[in-house]
Write a protein that binds this ligand. Structure first.
Ligand code: CMC
Length: 435
């Protein structure tokens, strides 16, 4: 990185002014390199929630939140969603370029050859209660993969990193489908490698051993699109978690489990599940006629109620993924003859009312990807509690691409944030009788 400009920080406490280099990215805001701040002044920066902090340099995904633009390796999400499938998108995120046909075929063959999990993995599943949340199962089972692929893995070796990426991509659909089958008490379905990546996922989720599962191309395409839209999203909470976990040199499968744990929260990947729960709640209160009352509650800060699927830390405009998801919703509901789906009708009315309301307009709160993705997934037959698992499956490629980028960076250091300490200063431990 080279710097043409500098930032000079002056202090009112007698500390001498200090110059810091300013770096330009290929697009997006400049950054002030404050790495020498502590050495030069004995002071830290304070930025809880990383509102103004770039924690790394990356070439993978770019978001312009004001424009509502999302690019994977420079390609707009709208074009990838129409012209590519999920595996091509994975190849792009991992390798930096879209594959040629032979490259694509080779990549697909490699991924599909790794779809089975070690038979011992089934024992992990049976240790869980049948009513355990599938995300709890997924955190545990993906973490458990590290026990199968640890001793032979040298993370400094690019070939080993690539094989780990392939294994994760290949085994996530199998594990996600197993989590679902376990919760409904059906036998696990072995993968079928002659199907497409997403067709195989649907086969393992919805097939049963006693019947041939008929793959519906429209529905496969819709689920594949959901995977593309969720594949990466630069330095969000779960990706930053994977990077931080990986910065210590930890096993990548364990790092991805940490990402899954972070994704589970309702402010992040859990929002699609929370959104459908919210729509059900409004329906039970009386549906469209009660949207006004619900919006009033959302605007009342003491209620603690949020309009789920609305708002985003980075997008201050319509999330481009939400637009595509809305289109996908039309397609799927049309293909299934569910054009009058009450959730979709309610969501569209809710969106319209919120977008015209001053509270949301002033705060630039627009629908995010999760506003419609739950409706599409429900129509595909995916149970509500599995929604976040599908998100985790899709995001695995982003996590592993970002992890690999970090490990291959020669300047990489263990992540170690500092703090503003406001607790008690040094004091003496009193014997029990004097406390
Ligand atoms: N409903 C009502 N008010 C909201 C909402 C919402 N969904 N989102 C933000 N606000 C308000 C918030 O109360 C605050 O108001 P005020 O300025 O009066 O205090 C203002 O808007 C700014 O919000 P913030 O909490 O500072 O924004 P943030 O950037 O910290 O939070 C968010 C972003 C996504 C956590 C938040 O918008 C939210 O909780 N949304 C609902 C959950 C959701 O849909 N999450 C999915 C995110 S997209 C999927 C992903 O990429 O993971």
């Amino acid at each position: 990185m080279t710097s043409e400009h500098k930032a000079t920080i002056s202090f009112s406490d007698g500390t001498a002014p200090v110059d810091f280099p300013i770096y330009k990215g290929s697009v997006g805001p400049d950054v002030i390199d404050i790495r020498k701040l502590y050495g030069a002044t004995g002071k830290f920066t304070f930025d809880p929630g990383f509102l103004s902090t770039a924690a790394c340099e990356s070439e993978i995904t770019y978001i312009d939140g004001d424009k509502g633009e999302l690019l994977y390796r420079g390609y707009p999400i709208e074009e990838l969603a129409v012209h590519c499938d999920y595996l091509e998108t994975c190849y792009l995120l991992l390798n930096g370029e879209l594959p040629t046909q032979p490259e694509r075929d080779d990549f697909e063959m490699r991924v599909m050859r790794h779809t089975m999990v070690h038979e011992q993995m089934t024992r992990f599943f049976t240790g869980f209660r049948r009513d355990a949340h599938p995300m709890a199962i997924l955190v545990g089972c993906v973490g458990a993969l590290s026990a199968f692929y640890h001793d032979s893995l040298d993370i400094q070796n690019p070939d080993h990193r690539f094989v780990s990426a392939i294994r994760l991509l290949a085994k996530m659909p199998t594990l996600v489908a197993m989590a679902h089958k376990y919760s409904v008490g059906q036998p696990f379905m072995y993968p079928r490698n002659n199907l497409s990546y997403t067709g195989n996922l649907m086969h393992m989720m919805f097939g049963v051993p006693c019947e041939e599962y008929q793959v519906n191309d429209v529905l496969v395409r819709a689920l594949d699109r959901i995977l593309i839209l969720h594949a990466d999203h630069e330095q969000n909470a779960s990706t930053s978690t994977v990077r931080l976990a990986g910065s210590s040199g930890a096993n990548p499968f364990a790092c991805i489990a940490a990402g899954i744990a972070t994704l589970w929260g309702p402010a992040h990947g859990g929002a699609n599940e929370a959104c459908l729960v919210m729509l059900n709640d409004i329906k039970q209160r009386g549906g469209v006629a009660k949207i006004g009352d619900f919006i009033k509650e959302v605007k009342d800060k003491d209620s603690g109620v949020k309009l789920m699927g609305f708002g985003h830390r980075v997008y201050k405009n319509y999330d481009p993924r939400a637009k595509l998801m809305r289109e996908t919703c039309y397609e799927v509901l049309g293909a299934l003859g569910l054009e009058n789906d009450p959730d979709f009708a309610l969501a569209m009315k809710l969106e319209q009312i919120a977008l015209e309301d001053d509270y949301f307009v002033k705060r630039k709160l627009y629908p995010n990807v999760d506003f419609y993705s739950g409706i599409v997934q429900k129509a595909l037959g995916i149970p509500v509690e599995m929604f976040t698992c599908i998100f985790a499956l899709a995001r695995t490629v982003g996590w592993i691409a970002q992890w690999a980028e970090m490990i291959s960076d020669p300047d990489q250091k263990i992540g170690r944030p500092r703090q503003l300490f406001t607790g008690p200063t040094r004091r003496v431990v009193k014997p029990m009788a004097q406390r």
